[in-house]
Write a protein that binds this ligand. Structure first.
Ligand SMILES: [Zn+2]
Ligand SMILES: [Zn+2]
Length: 425
C-alpha cells in the first residue's frame, strides 16, 4: 500500500515535470493529456433564478476544462444572498450570491433597470407640474419576494430631461389646456397635466389693410383667444396710404430694401396717429419700390455720380485721371528692331470740365522704351551686325484712370459719358 502511494506520487511528480517542460510550448494534447487541474474554480455558465449554471476548473497542462459540474439555480436553499444593490430607472441593480456548499463560488446577479418587464410597477403618487411623484416596484420572481422591491421617485413633470411633453389641447385665455408627459426612461409611464389658462395678450393686426384707394381697419386682437371666439380690445379706422412713396400726416414712409438697377426694392408705410404722432410699428403696409433705371452719369467735383430716371442719384466714387508712370528707359536694341507701338493712353475721365485725357502717343519707328519688360529686346543686339546703341525714348506718359468702382459700372460710366457727349453735340 505504501509502495503504491509512492508510485502515484512519482507519477504525479513526473507529470508535473512534464507540465513544466511542455506546458509553455502547449504540446500536451487533450486526447492524451492526463489532466491536472489548476485548482481555480470558475463559473462558466451563470445560474439564473430559474436555471442552473456550470462551474469548472482548468487543466494546467492543456487548458481544457476539467471537473465540470453544475451550479444550482439562484435559490435561497443553495445560495446565500449577500449585498443587494436595488435598481433604479437609470441604473441596474445587483445581488451577490455565495454558494452555500462552497463559499469560494460567488456570483453577481444583475438586476435590470426598473423599466424592465421583470418588475411590477405601481404609481403611488402621480408627478405634477409642481411636485415629484413616486412609484413602487417589485421583482416578479417569487425567489426575490421581499428582496427586490422598493420605491423610486418620478421627477417633477417640468423636468424636460425626464419627461417628453406633448400638448394635446392648447390653453387659451378662455380655457385650460392639456398635455401628456411620457417618462423617457420608461415610456409606459405617462401622465397628463393641465396647462394653465393664459393671460390675454394683444397685438395689432389689420382687419382690413388700407390701400391707396381705401382706408382700413386695425384691431388689437388677443392672440391667446380660442380660434372659435376671437376678441380684441381696441379697433382703429385707418386712412388710405399715400399714392406717392412719401410720408404724410398718417403714415411714415420708410425704405426697407433699396431698389437697384437689377431689382425692385421694398418700402413700408407705418401708421401713426396724426394727433399724437404715436407710431404703430406693427401696423404697416409694404409697397414695392420699382427697380432703378439708369438715366445718366455725371462727374462733379471729381466725383462720379449715377443718375436714375426717378430723379435720385448717388455718388459712385472719385474720378481722377492720373498721369501714368514714366516708362523705363529702353535698353539697347539692335539696329533693325522696331519698337512696338506704345499703347494708346486711355481717355482721361475728367468730364466735369470736359478736359480730355491725354491721348497716348504712338510709338515711332525704332525702339520705344516700354516698361522694363521691353528690355528683352536688348538681347537681340548679339545678332545685329553693326548694332548701334538704340535710341532711348522715355516711355509714354499714359493717362490712367483710377476709379474705385466695379468694372461693370465703369463700363457704364464710359457709355454715360459718350451719351453725354453726344448730347452736347
Ligand atoms: Zn489536460
Ligand atoms: Zn384673450
Amino acid at each position: 500500500m505504501k509502495k503504491l502511494r509512492k508510485i502515484t506520487f512519482i507519477v504525479i511528480l513526473s507529470a508535473l515535470f512534464c507540465a513544466l517542460c511542455f506546458a509553455p510550448k502547449n504540446v500536451a494534447k487533450a486526447d492524451t493529456c492526463e489532466h491536472i487541474s489548476d485548482g481555480v474554480v470558475i463559473v462558466s455558465a451563470m445560474p439564473s433564478l430559474t436555471s442552473s449554471g456550470l462551474k469548472q476548473e482548468t487543466c494546467s497542462l492543456c487548458g481544457e476544462p476539467v471537473n465540470v459540474s453544475s451550479l444550482p439555480s439562484l435559490s435561497v436553499s443553495d445560495w446565500n444572498m449577500g449585498e443587494i444593490t436595488l435598481p433604479t430607472f437609470k441604473d441596474k441593480g445587483n445581488i451577490v450570491y455565495t454558494l452555500i456548499e462552497d463559499e469560494n463560488i460567488v456570483v453577481n446577479f444583475e438586476l435590470p433597470t426598473l423599466g424592465d418587464s421583470v418588475y411590477d410597477l405601481e404609481v403611488l403618487t402621480e408627478p405634477t407640474l409642481t411636485s415629484a411623484g413616486q412609484v413602487s416596484f417589485k421583482h416578479t420572481s417569487d425567489k426575490l419576494v421581499g428582496v427586490v422591491n422598493g420605491t423610486a421617485e418620478l421627477e417633477i413633470l417640468t423636468d424636460t430631461s425626464k419627461w417628453a411633453k406633448l400638448v394635446t389641447t392648447e390653453a387659451t385665455c378662455a380655457s385650460v389646456g392639456q398635455a401628456t408627459y411620457t417618462y423617457i426612461l420608461h415610456t409606459p409611464l405617462t401622465f397628463t397635466a393641465e396647462i394653465p389658462i393664459k393671460e390675454h395678450s394683444y397685438e395689432w393686426v389689420f382687419e382690413t389693410t388700407p390701400t391707396t384707394e381705401n382706408g382700413g381697419v386695425a384691431r388689437h386682437m388677443c392672440k391667446n383667444a380660442p380660434t372659435s371666439s376671437p376678441h380684441y380690445d381696441i379697433s382703429l379706422n385707418l386712412p388710405s396710404i399715400p399714392t406717392e412713396r412719401v410720408s404724410d400726416e398718417n403714415y411714415d414712409f420708410e425704405v426697407v430694401t433699396k431698389p437697384t438697377l437689377f431689382g425692385s426694392g421694398v418700402g413700408k408705410f407705418v401708421y401713426k396717429d396724426s394727433e399724437t404722432s404715436q407710431r404703430y410699428e406693427k401696423l404697416f403696409v409694404t409697397v414695392e419700390i420699382p427697380m432703378l433705371v439708369l438715366k445718366s452719369f455725371y462727374v462733379e467735383e471729381g466725383k462720379l455720380y449715377i443718375e436714375y430716371t426717378d430723379g435720385s442719384s448717388e455718388c459712385l466714387g472719385t474720378v481722377q485721371g492720373e498721369k501714368g508712370d514714366k516708362g523705363d528707359q529702353g535698353e539697347k536694341g539692335d539696329k533693325g528692331e522696331t519698337g512696338e507701338k506704345g499703347d494708346k493712353g486711355d481717355q482721361g475721365l475728367t468730364g466735369a470740365t470736359g478736359q480730355a485725357g491725354q491721348a497716348g502717343a504712338t510709338g515711332s519707328a525704332g525702339e520705344k522704351g516700354e516698361k522694363g519688360d521691353k528690355g528683352d529686346q536688348g538681347l537681340k543686339g548679339a545678332d545685329g551686325a553693326d548694332g548701334e546703341n538704340g535710341k532711348s525714348y522715355t516711355g509714354l506718359v499714359a493717362t490712367s484712370i483710377t476709379v474705385s468702382i466695379v468694372s461693370l459700372i465703369m463700363a457704364g460710366a464710359m457709355l454715360g459719358i459718350l451719351l453725354k457727349k453726344k448730347m452736347l453735340f
